[in-house]
Design a protein around this ligand. Sequence first.
Ligand SMILES: *[C@@H]1O[C@H](CO)[C@@H](O)[C@H](O)[C@H]1NC(C)=O
Ligand SMILES: *[C@@H]1O[C@H](CO)[C@@H](O)[C@H](O)[C@H]1NC(C)=O
Ligand SMILES: *[C@@H]1O[C@H](CO)[C@@H](O)[C@H](O)[C@H]1NC(C)=O
Ligand SMILES: *[C@@H]1O[C@H](CO)[C@@H](O)[C@H](O)[C@H]1NC(C)=O
Length: 434
Amino acid sequence: MKEEEEELLVMEAEAEHHQLHQPWKWRRVLHTTSSALLGLALLVFSGAMVLKFTSWSREGALDSSDPVLVDLTLVENATEKGAVCLDGSPPAYHFLEGFDSGTDNWLIYLQGGGWCHNVASCNARKYTRLGSSNRMERQVPFTGILSNLSSNNPDFFNWNKVVIRYCDGASFSGDVEETNQNGTTLYFRGERIWKAVLEELFLKGLATAKKALLTGCSAGGLATYIHCDDFKALLPNTETVKCMADGGFFLDVKDISGRSYMYDFYNDVIHLQDVGTRFPNCISQMDATKCFFPEEIIKSISTPVFILNSAYDSWQVQNVLAPSSSDPSNSWASCKLDIKKCNSNQMKVLKGFRAALLDKITDVKQKKDWGIFIDSCFVHCQSPMNILWHWPNYQRINNKTIAESVGDWYFDRREVKEIDCSYPCNPTCVNDGS
Ligand SMILES: *[C@@H]1O[C@H](CO)[C@@H](O)[C@H](O)[C@H]1NC(C)=O
Ligand SMILES: *[C@@H]1O[C@H](CO)[C@@H](O)[C@H](O)[C@H]1NC(C)=O
Ligand SMILES: *[C@@H]1O[C@H](CO)[C@@H](O)[C@H](O)[C@H]1NC(C)=O
Ligand SMILES: *[C@@H]1O[C@H](CO)[C@@H](O)[C@H](O)[C@H]1NC(C)=O
C-alpha cells in the first residue's frame, strides 16, 4: 500500500540554538506509516485551546473523543510564603479529579521546559508562561499518562491527576531570599513552590492517598529525581509511593567540540538559584554542579523510581551533545532534527551517548523495585503523548507499550528492565523529525 504521511504535533522543549531555556511548544512531527489512514491534528500549549483529535487505523477506531481540558488553579495564598514564580506571581496547577477505583490515588506531574541560567535569561522567562502564572494557558488538555480514558491510559486513567506548572526556571529546586538580582527583580523560589502546591493538594485529598506517583518530563523529570524522596516522606500513610522520571536523565558528557556544555550550563543554574544546598550529602563529596545530575541524585534515592528515557533523547542530542555554539559549521543541523540523516560519524557519537547513559544506570539494573524503559527512539518526553505512551504498534520494547511497562512496574506485576537494542533496530519507533 502507498505510504501516507501522518502529521503529529508533539509537545517538547524547544530545541533551537544553543539555549537550554526555551519554552515548551508544540513541534510539528512528520512520520510515515504504511497503509494506515491517519488524520491527526493537535493544537496545544501554544496559547491556543482548541484541540481536535480524530484517528482511524487498521486496528479500528481507537478513540475519537477530544481529550479532557483541565482548568488552571492559582495558589494565591502561596505568595504569603514567598512561593512565587520568577515574576512574583502565584504558582499554579491543573487538577482533574479521580473517580471509581482511582478516587484515593494521586498522580502528580511536574511540568518541564528547560532552565534559565543567568539574570538576563531568567528576566526574559519572567514574561512567559514558564515564568509567570499571568501568562499561563487557562486550560490544558490531559493526554497520555494524564488521560482519563482507559484506552489511552490503562492503569492511571481514573486517578486524581495534577500538573504542577513550572515557573521557577530551576526544576522546582531553587530558594533565594534576595529578590534583587543585580538591579533586576527575580524570585528564585522553586523549592517553596513545590512545598506550597503540595500543601494545597494535601487539603484536596492527597494527604489520605492510598497510592501516589510523582512524575514529570524533561526539567520536570529532573525535578522528579530531585523530589522523589521528599514526596515519599510527605506521604507517610500512603501504601505505595513511587516516582517515574521521563526524559529527565541529563548526562554530564562532553559535547561534539569537547566542551562540558551541560555541566557549564548547570553550573550557572545552580549558583544563580542556590540549588546546591538541596544536596547536603552529595556536596560534601563533590562539587555542587555534579550533584544536580541524575547520575548522582539516584545514588541516594530510596523510593522506587522508574527511569523512562530514550537512549537517543532528541533534546539532549540537540542541546547537550551538539549545541549550535559547538557546531559553527552547522554540520549537525540535519542530523539533530532527524536521526535518519545522521552520517556514520554522527551515529558513532550518538552510540557513545547511549553507552554513557547505559553505563550510568548499571546499578539500577540490580535494584528489584526500580524500573527501566530505555528505548532507541529519537524523541524527548514520551509519557504525556497518547501515541508514544500507549498506542497499537508504536514505541514498544518486547511488544510492551510504555504505559504497560510503567503500570507493570508500579503495580508489581513483573520486574521491568527494558533496554532496547540500538538504533535503528526498533520498527515501532515514532521519531522526531522525519
Ligand atoms: C474525562 O473528563 C471529562 C471532563 O471531566 C469528562 O467529560 C469525561 O466523561 C471523562 N471521561 C471519562 C472516561 O471519565
Ligand atoms: C552581579 O554582578 C556581578 C558583577 O558584575 C557578577 O559577578 C555577579 O555574578 C552578578 N550576579 C548575578 C546574579 O548575575
Ligand atoms: C489557601 O486558600 C484556599 C482558598 O482561599 C483555601 O481553601 C486553602 O485552605 C488555603 N491553603 C492553605 C495551605 O492555607
Ligand atoms: C503484541 O501485543 C499485542 C497486544 O498488545 C498482541 O495483540 C500481539 O499479538 C503481540 N505481538 C506479538 C508479536 O507478540
